[in-house]
Design a protein around this ligand. Structure first.
Ligand code: SF4
Length: 356
């Protein structure tokens, strides 16, 4: 059949029977500012260990620590450095400088150190990075500027990762169970989508069906418009026009996945998807309170985990977390509860990096 004679109107991207959750078998690899992973590489010889808050879940990822200031040859301990100029991005164009105490210029070394770290991240296959915000090197949305202490532009390494299209997670958000849950589900979806084949209509619609609920939660107007565009797509697979369309879709969807959700949307999503799951299975999930009952964010995250496992065990899509990592036999009705979290956070506020 001549492709040109195919009708332009194609079936909308409704789910084909059998679309279930995506279960990643390979442990995701994530870069991290070394000082956040317990390496004592800060200028004052100190460190943080933000991964401790993840408990056993820490082992569900391969962590690749890097420290651009160490790779610049600045040593530990060292004088703190700051960006003199508009931003760390301007250091790369020569419009800003990095200086230590006493005005010692270290911009060229810093750029070498950043490039060495990026090479290591590429070799390990990372597409995501947990960054120390506020650092003149690793900061992404805040950095240390001379005379202004903290501004909004990225640091020298942060700007490089930003330009490289990394999925960037602020280290502080690993301390909050609900923020981390939100980052993790979007991170897994991002990593899957980055490589998901989109050569046929079935592949495109399969990807959209799995991600559209999350897209609706993150950016409903965009999701609605994209759903309509995909339903009406008239270009043919294998053509340059098709490649252009799917490239745009992939890029825009990955950009949406970088954006944190908000508390009311997470709650709505929980209620909606739990309702769907109950309808499909005909029974409640024992670990989950009735949706209208008050609960803390920490409790909600534990319930979300139970729903993810219950849906996956039934082969059903849980739209709030469409992509899961299969590691350590978590996906079964008998799978253990997640680690107990140390603190119970009251419901109303997530705040912080929602706009990151
Ligand atoms: S913020 Fe980045 S450059 Fe600074 S100590 Fe941590 S890893 Fe090194």
């Amino acid at each position: 059949m001549n492709p040109a004679s195919e009708p332009d109107r194609l079936p909308p991207p409704v789910p084909a029977p059998g679309y279930g959750p995506v279960l990643l078998k390979d442990r995701p690899i994530v870069g991290i500012s070394a000082c956040c992973a317990g390496c004592a590489v800060r200028y004052n010889g100190k460190s943080l260990d933000v991964l401790k808050a993840l408990g056993r879940e820490k082992m569900d990822f391969i962590w690749q620590p890097v420290c651009p200031e160490c790779m610049a040859g600045l040593g530990v301990p060292r004088d703190p450095v700051h960006v003199v100029g508009e931003s760390g991005a301007a250091v790369w164009t020569g419009a800003a400088e990095v200086k230590g105490r006493g005005g010692r210029k270290v911009g060229p070394q810093m750029m070498e150190g950043c490039r060495a770290c990026l090479d290591a991240l590429r070799r390990s296959g990372t597409r995501a990075f947990v960054y120390m915000d506020g650092s003149p090197s690793c900061g992404v949305y805040r950095t240390t500027l001379k005379d202004r202490k903290r501004g909004h532009p990225p640091g020298v390494f942060g700007s490089l990762l930003f330009d490289e299209g990394y999925f960037l997670v602020p280290a502080a958000d690993l301390q909050s169970p609900v923020r981390w849950w939100d980052w993790k589900r979007r991170l897994l979806a991002f990593l899957w989508l980055a490589d998901a084949p989109l050569s046929t209509r079935a592949e495109l619609y399969g990807v959209w069906h799995r991600l559209k609920f999350l897209a609706q939660e993150l950016d409903d107007p965009w999701a609605r418009s994209t759903g309509r565009q995909l339903a009406a797509i008239s270009v043919h697979p294998g053509t340059p026009e098709w490649d252009r369309e799917v490239r745009t879709f992939r890029t825009e969807m990955m950009d949406r996945l970088r954006r944190p959700s908000r508390p009311p949307r997470i709650l709505n999503s929980f209620r909606k998807h739990y309702g769907y799951l109950r309808k499909r299975t005909g029974r409640p999930v024992p670990q989950v309170l009735p949706p209208e009952e008050a609960r803390s964010w920490t409790r909600l995250v534990q319930e979300m985990g139970a729903l993810e496992r219950a849906a996956a065990a039934e082969g059903l899509l849980f739209g709030a977390s469409p992509v899961l990592y299969l590691g350590r036999r978590r996906i079964s009705p008998e799978a253990p509860e997640p680690d107990p979290t140390p603190s119970d956070i009251p419901l109303p506020e997530i705040g912080g990096s929602d706009d990151a």
